[in-house]
Design a protein around this ligand. Structure first.
Ligand code: UD1
Length: 375
């Protein structure tokens, strides 16, 4: 009989990690997957679009948890996931990443005596003010099998006294998805729609994403970052797909004035900071791959730019993905406007050349599935 595996996806950055694992499981008769969407993210643009584009099977169940405080969201996920585990009685629960759905479902499973596998284990920012850091530390502590993406993760887990037998260095499932979809993404029409591409070629531009509470939830911090981005955008148009959380805060703090007028595409001569809706995977990958520079506080983008060879300026004080700095194209600029501008100008003047980290080769999910089938 096939081994029943419950896989959990909750928020946007989970979907590109679950996609290749689901695909690898579909080709392996030893395993029988059951996909749970917790509903932590629920908008068409934050969720459904990714399932369609990445051809992830429709979830077997959507728990409809939605937004709320950390306690509410985590508690609601715990309450709604337990009956699923009791009904399915899987051999494994697989959780990915570091969002609230990750720790909530890991906790439920482990208390029911169901083995937990954590994909993207061992990453540490050593910054306990980040909700994701708490989720990472706790999920790793209670998981039975820890799949790691980079050497620092193995070092961190060893330093925490984790038995090496629980750790498997398998590479990066997010990069599996990038490599699998890069070709398809090249036919995106987003650059035409933004009037960045023409018969004369593609106009240089940068890409911005921001969503971390520490960066967007206070007026001085968000205002300072957006002001320096607007300054940089006078010489390099910046395209900014705005996360719903950030959009709310921009409105709340009255910061729309720092953006180019609504609905104006950068065009051949345009300058400025251009807000657009959150994009789907393929359009965003195409946007990023053709840019001169990405400015972000995302974890995943630090990894994706490393593989794409695009300069990345990270608007944070730390990173849980140090390989993107030591081997890739990433620099940590903090959120100090002076340092952001200096890092961006340095990256544009002398673009970094990185190399692809070990095992970021498009086959991480196959290694995970093989390990689950035999562990
Ligand atoms: C969550 C994750 C974070 C991840 C990020 C990616 C945690 C602790 N945080 O943060 O690690 O990097 O997702 O996006 O799990 N909202 C919508 N539509 C949605 C989802 C959210 O409008 O589909 C709004 C909510 O109303 C809320 C805000 O966005 O105001 C924040 O959403 P939330 O799920 O709390 O956290 P994220 O900031 O998305």
């Amino acid at each position: 009989m096939a081994i029943k595996v419950v896989l959990v996806a909750g928020a946007r950055p989970n979907f590109m990690k679950i996609a290749p694992i689901m695909a690898a499981m579909a080709g392996d008769a030893r395993l029988s997957p059951y996909l749970v969407h917790t509903g932590q993210h629920y908008d068409q643009r934050m969720s459904k679009l990714f399932f369609e584009e990445l051809e992830i099977p429709k979830p077997d169940i959507d728990l409809g948890v939605g937004s709320g405080s950390h306690a509410q969201q985590t508690a609601e996920t715990i309450k709604r996931f337990e009956p699923v585990c009791l009904a399915q009685r899987p051999a494994w629960v697989v959780v990915v990443g570091d969002v609230n759905s990750t720790i909530a479902c890991a906790l439920v499973a482990t208390k029911l005596g169901i083995r937990v596998a954590h994909v993207e284990a061992g990453l540490r920012s050593f910054d306990r003010t980040m909700p994701e850091e708490i989720n990472r530390v706790l999920t790793d502590r209670i998981s039975d099998l820890l799949f790691t993406t980079e050497p620092s993760a193995n070092t961190n887990l060893a330093a925490e006294g984790v038995d090496p037998a629980r750790i498997r260095f398998v590479g990066n499932v997010m990069i599996d998805t990038l490599l699998a979809h890069r070709q398809r993404a090249a036919s995106s029409t987003l650059l035409d729609r933004l009037a960045l591409a023409s018969s004369a070629g593609t106009r240089p531009y940068g890409v911005v994403t921001l969503h971390r509470p520490a960066n967007v939830d206070t007026e001085p911090c968000l205002g300072g970052i957006l002001a320096v981005l607007a300054e940089l955008a006078e010489s390099l148009p910046l395209i900014f797909p705005v996360h719903p959380r950030t959009a709310k805060q921009i409105d709340r703090f009255g910061l729309r004035r720092l953006f180019a007028a609504d609905g104006v595409a950068p065009g051949a001569a345009g300058r400025g900071l251009f807000a657009i809706e959150p994009q789907g995977y393929l359009d965003f990958l195409h946007l990023m791959a053709n840019s001169r520079l990405v400015l972000t506080d995302s974890g995943g983008l630090q990894e994706e730019t490393t593989v794409l060879g695009v300069a990345c300026v990270t608007l944070r004080d730390n990173t849980e993905r140090p390989v993107t700095c030591t081997q890739g194209t990433n620099v940590l600029a903090t959120t100090d406007p002076v340092r952001i501008l200096a890092a961006a100008r340095a990256a544009l003047a002398d673009p970094p050349t990185g190399r692809t980290p070990e095992l970021w080769d498009g086959h991480a999910a196959e290694r995970i599935v093989a390990a689950l089938a035999t562990a």
